[in-house]
Write a new protein. Structure first.
Ligand code: NAD
Ligand code: UDP
Length: 339
């Protein structure tokens, strides 16, 4: 199939390109590069067979979207493009609603006009808010605690309304838990701009000496050691999940909502310990106050993904740390553009 990958130059998108090409699909990347680099696409090309067509465009521009759909006979869309920083979404909610929600509406409108009805959407475990019980099944109550999370919830609802309006739609809503790590080649990985918000890239930057120490946000949660527990998933496993979802949509009409997680939670201190073990580096840290809006624990029940997609995570924590460290060591400044 010919797949339009919005946000394909980003962290999860670039890893998914590798898996799509490996599965024999053709890819067209649509990205405005607001949080990514074309170098990622050059690197994907190095580890893949098959070409990547890149279209620099913005979801907020219907003209850009029309152009890409008129230039290519697209069969399906994998929609990663969006802004994802929780703190920024609190400061600039309209930016998030315009970019993520209105941008997705523009994309879907263009798909309708082009007669394309197959879509895989990047949602997030953040739509579960503060879980009442664990592990999280897809039918757990939803309720986001910040504007970023609400954009995901609103988009999910919009997609369900769309499918309700026209039975030809085939949509997979994938709720990611916490993607970390990098491609084992060390050529592509996460490239945060500025100070990382997330735990794992912060740890790798401390390990390489770019930051003096990690602040652990609270050690008084009701968890194994008091620090927050999350379901970390290797980004390559996550990427593979998208190929499985696409294959499933070939025979599924309507909306499939699926968790992509491992089902295993690890605390912040367990993550530090695992990373120290793999890298042989010290990770100095200090305990500080809880981060506003954080929850104690979050991990998936991944059984629906196994049932519906035939997918399950294959990599464990050691491989996540190994590949994330390999990427950080070989690319201490992330992607460096030559011009
Ligand atoms: P990323 O920032 O690396 O990738 C997003 C890509 O979208 C970037 O390349 C950016 O340039 C592009 N983009 C943003 N706005 C755009 C627009 N208006 N038009 C065109 N391109 C645009 O992020 P990621 O970590 O790869 O996340 C991909 C998706 O998965 C996002 O929708 C994110 O919300 C979701 N998600 C990510 C995580 C995570 O922890 N990384 C967890 C759950 C869900
Ligand atoms: N965390 C931390 N220090 C950091 C970043 C994160 O202690 O610098 C903790 C955070 O409180 C949470 C876990 O690490 O318990 C994962 O945080 P992340 O932001 O990566 O994911 P999210 O909270 O969005 O699931």
């Amino acid at each position: 199939m010919k797949i339009l990958v919005t946000g394909g130059a980003g962290y999860i998108g670039s890893h998914t390109l590798v898996e799509l090409l490996r599965a024999g699909h053709q890819v067209v990347v649509f990205d405005n590069l607001s949080n990514s680099s074309v170098v990622a696409l050059e690197r994907v090309a190095k580890i893949s067979v098959g070409g990547i067509t890149f279209f620099k465009g913005d979801l907020c521009s219907p003209a850009d979207l029309h152009q890409v759909f008129s230039q290519h006979a697209i069969d399906a869309v994998i929609h990663f493009a969006g802004l994802k920083a929780v703190g920024e979404s609190v400061e600039k909610p309209l930016l998030y609603y315009l970019n993520n929600v209105a941008g997705t509406a523009n994309l879907c409108q263009t798909m309708v006009e082009a007669g394309v009805r197959m879509l895989v959407f990047s949602s997030s475990a953040t739509v579960y808010g503060d879980p009442r019980s664990l592990p999280l099944r897809e039918d757990a109550p939803t309720g986001a605690t910040n504007p970023y999370g609400r954009t995901k919830l609103f988009i999910e609802e919009m997609l369900r309304d769309l499918a309700g309006s026209d039975a030809a739609w085939r949509i997979a809503i994938l709720r990611y838990f916490n993607p970390i790590g990098a491609h084992p080649s060390g050529l592509i990985g996460e490239n945060p701009r500025g100070i990382p918000n997330n735990l794992f890239p912060f740890i790798t930057q401390v390990a390489i000496g770019q930051r003096p120490s990690l602040s652990v946000f609270g050690n008084d949660y009701p968890t194994v050691d008091g620090t927050g527990v999350r379901d970390y998933i290797h980004v390559v496993d996550l990427a593979r999940g998208h190929v499985c979802a696409l294959e499933r949509l070939a025979t599924y009409a309507g909306v499939l909502t699926i968790n992509l997680g491992t089902g295993q939670g690890y605390s912040v201190l367990q993550m530090i310990q695992a990373f120290r073990h793999v890298s042989g580096r010290d990770i100095p840290y200090q305990i500080v106050a809880r981060r506003a809006g954080d929850i104690a624990s979050c991990y998936a029940d991944p059984s629906l993904a196994r049932q519906e997609l035939g997918w399950q995570a294959e990599y464990g924590l050691e491989e996540m740390c190994r590949d994330g460290w390999n990427w950080q060591r070989h690319n201490p400044k992330g992607y460096v553009e030559s011009n």
